[in-house]
Design a protein around this ligand. Structure first.
Ligand SMILES: NC(=O)c1ccc[n+]([C@@H]2O[C@H](COP(=O)([O-])OP(=O)(O)OC[C@H]3O[C@@H](n4cnc5c(N)ncnc54)[C@H](O)[C@@H]3O)[C@@H](O)[C@H]2O)c1
Length: 429
């Protein structure tokens, strides 16, 4: 039986779709989830969560009765007016967003005066307008469209859904926009209700700004290394200025993940396609690419040639608390190390299965103390909590060499050095 909350459909049950579905179910909606991946749907029906996201399994389990999973659209179209779209929009070779999955959904919609697509996927500005035109051209002019970009962060997605910094709704002032606003109302978050292109731009501009902040502090870190300053102290001093703030001022070996690289590139392409050369974003992207490779020169500084050297990687996922390997810095780093003749072994608490298919030539271990065995150098790539708590004395005993490169500036350098190891951070002393 459906309750008083509006039932919804969610198309695409990946990181965004499944969290959105579970979140709205938690708020009381019946949610009809659709995915073309039959294996994923079978697992979800069996109560299995196909991704690693803290708190998601419990939230899905709590709301089992309200969550329905299917490979077809019928149930969602029958029970829900609002169909949230959370399919992937990966980059194409040109750097533009690949909208083929989005358009597969658009094409699958029947003519209707009572349904709306609510776009959660990150899409270029102008996509909403193009979809409205596509609906009109195909005799589906009654289908409404709302842009509702998603800002959740993998690793804290459940909390982010329930406690968002803001909800952005771009619409044409119709019933569908009102209905989306009503759905989010219990969360009591600041609402930005605006036109569709502005909502689309909020998402791209936010991610591009955060990526810019990361590349900025990474460049400061690189200059700190040349000038003898310590980026940790510099970032602390900068971050206390409330115009700047402390977040995204952690220097390291670059940003990765399924969003920042592709969204920065999509905004750069979008600007270029519209006749504007977005110079700043070129630098943000280039700095990030170079940053991923900086570890190589640090290793060479201590070890000389890397041919035949044993390098152990701690962490592989693009950030802690996720199994997501998309655009992870570890992919570039391991490929560069192998190309330079090093032997690479890696350990990650959750992303090994995914990593194995993406990192041919890399060996895998089941624990941190196992991966460091016989290593000439250890590189911290992903700052999982368990690495911060490592027994560095035990690490030193197992390593063949003594170099620890902290690619995320997250280890206790005093403890590492006290164990007789050499510590190298990014822009630190
Ligand atoms: N992952 C994040 O942290 C995050 C945050 C904010 C926004 N976004 C955006 O949200 C979108 C989804 O990202 P994600 O990480 O959840 O992707 P994902 O790859 O984890 O999930 C996408 C899902 O869509 C399914 N799918 C593809 N085509 C389909 C179709 N025609 N019908 C039904 N299902 C289909 C896939 O099988 C997959 O399960 C992207 O545009 C992304 O940029 C992601």
């Amino acid at each position: 039986m459906e309750g008083s909350r509006e039932p919804i459909g969610v198309i695409g049950t990946g990181y965004v779709g499944l969290v959105t579905a579970a979140g709205f179910a938690e708020l009381g909606s019946y949610v009809y989830c659709v995915d073309i991946d039959a294996n994923k749907i079978a697992r979800l029906k069996g109560g299995e969560i196909p991704i690693y996201e803290p708190g998601l399994e419990d939230m899905v389990a709590r709301n089992r009765e309200r969550l329905h999973f299917s490979t077809t659209l019928e149930e969602a179209l029958e029970h829900a007016r609002l169909l949230f779209v959370a399919v992937g929009t990966p980059p194409t070779y040109s750097g533009d967003a690949d909208l083929s999955s989005v358009y597969a959904v658009v094409d699958a919609m029947p003519p209707s005066d009572r349904h709306a697509l609510v776009m959660k996927s990150t899409v270029p500005v102008g996509t909403g307008r193009s979809i409205r035109r596509a609906f009109e051209a195909r005799g589906k002019a009654g289908f409404r469209y709302v842009s509702c970009p998603e800002f959740l962060k993998e690793g804290s997605a459940v909390g982010d859904f329930l406690n968002p910094d803001r909800v952005v709704v771009g619409d044409e002032g119709d019933w569908a926009g009102d209905a989306v606003v009503d759905l989010y109302a219990p969360l009591d978050a600041p609402l930005v209700r605006t036109d569709i292109p502005s909502a689309e731009m909020v998402k791209l501009a936010s991610n591009a700004f955060l990526a810019t902040k990361i590349s900025f502090i990474n460049e400061i870190a690189n200059v700190c290394e040349e000038t003898g300053s310590n980026v940790l102290e510099v970032a602390r001093g900068m971050g206390l200025d409330d115009r700047i703030g402390p977040k995204f001022l952690q220097a390291g070996i670059g940003f990765g993940g399924s969003c920042f690289p592709k969204d920065v590139s999509a905004l750069k392409q979008l600007a270029g396609n519209s006749g504007y050369h977005f110079q700043l974003l070129n630098a943000v992207i280039e700095v990030n690419e170079l940053q991923k490779r900086r570890v190589i020169s640090k290793l060479q500084k201590h070890l000389g040639t890397l041919v035949g050297k044993e390098i152990a990687l701690l962490g592989l996922a693009f950030k802690p608390e996720t199994d997501d390997m998309r655009e992870a810095s570890s992919l570039v780093l391991s490929a560069r190390l192998l190309a330079d003749g090093a032997s690479v072994r890696a350990y990650d608490p959750v992303s090994e299965e995914e990593a194995r298919t993406l990192m041919p030539g890399v060996g895998f271990a089941d624990a941190a103390l196992e991966v460091v065995e016989g290593a000439d150098a250890v590189v911290l790539v992903t700052e999982w909590k368990e690495f911060k708590q490592l027994d560095w004395g035990a690490v030193a005993q197992r390593m063949a060499g003594d170099l620890v490169v902290d690619g995320r500036n997250s280890l206790d350098s005093v403890a590492v050095r006290a164990a007789g190891l050499s510590y190298e951070g990014i822009g630190t002393r």
